[in-house]
Design a binder for this molecule. Structure first.
Ligand SMILES: Nc1ncnc2c1ncn2[C@@H]1O[C@H](COP(=O)(O)OP(=O)(O)OP(=O)(O)O)[C@@H](O)[C@H]1O
Length: 238
């Protein structure tokens, strides 16, 4: 059997105001898989993603990354293994220059200056923006910012790459550029998206969430043929 790199075990979570966001979610993702998480607004997709590296915690149940529990004592280790790319790059980029944003993770990991420079160079190259080191992170187009946000996570060489709505607000050329870029990355991917084109192109496995629970989990090609399921999951108009 292949190793589960991500395991959610019976995860239940309510926000501090009492709103239930996840209810008994169990999901195992194997190394190298690309899995889409879809579902209507408010289904719990982002909440699930934020449990991957302990951005939110306090849930009942367990989350493990390569067998290591996502708990406070392990967060440094976990955050080097799981890179989460937020929907809005402005939530991720906070340094004056692109170099510093992309170097932030590797510096935090305690890597040498030479290694940090190498990783920044490689990550910017990977996202197709090799000469952006000195640019201001806040004076870029949205598509460029999304790429830099991705580079800021790739620079940590994560085992798992989790992306929240990577194609939102991108024009078709930028979107397909991003899809091809993501396809070329040899890493386990979890992609939260409403974008059926992106899901079909990138993720052979599709999980549909509904009101905090898993409604469906299977081959994307099969689920896409099941109109009733797509409608039930809020992915197609009734
Ligand atoms: N900070 C918060 N405090 C209270 N409730 C929250 C908070 N964030 C989200 N929720 C609620 O938790 C539930 C799940 O939200 P979540 O953002 O995970 O959904 P989602 O599937 O990612 O939605 P979308 O497609 O709109 O991004 C929703 O009912 C939402 O209103």
């Amino acid at each position: 059997m292949t190793e589960a790199v991500v395991a959610f075990d019976n995860l239940t979570y309510a926000y501090p105001d009492g709103r239930k966001a996840l209810e008994g979610v169990s999901l195992a993702i194997e190394r190298g898989e690309s899995v889409a998480i879809a579902g209507a607004n408010g289904a719990g997709k982002s909440t699930l993603l934020m449990h991957l590296n302990g951005i939110i915690h306090g849930a009942n149940g367990a989350v493990k990354i390569s067998g290591i529990p996502v708990v406070a004592a392990n967060l440094k280790n976990i955050r080097a293994k799981v890179g989460v790319v937020f929907q809005n790059p402005d939530d991720q980029l906070f340094c004056p220059e692109v170099f510093d944003d992309v170097a932030f993770g590797p510096i935090n990991m305690g890597l040498s200056e030479t290694e940090v420079r190498k990783r920044v160079g490689q990550s910017l190259e990977a996202v197709g923006l090799p000469d952006y080191e000195k640019r201001s992170s806040h004076h870029l187009s949205l598509g460029e910012k999304k790429r830099i946000a991705l580079a800021s996570v790739l620079s940590m060489s994560p085992e798992v790459l989790a992306l929240d709505e990577p194609s939102s607000n991108l024009d078709p050329a930028a979107k397909w550029g991003l899809i091809n870029l993501l396809k070329s990355l040899d890493v386990t991917k979890i992609v939260v998206s409403h974008d059926l084109e992106l899901i079909e192109a990138l993720c052979p496995r599709l999980v549909i969430m509904k009101r905090g629970k898993i409604l469906a989990d299977g081959r994307t090609s099969e689920i896409m043929k099941n109109r009733e399921l797509l409608v039930a999951g809020g992915l197609a108009a009734p």
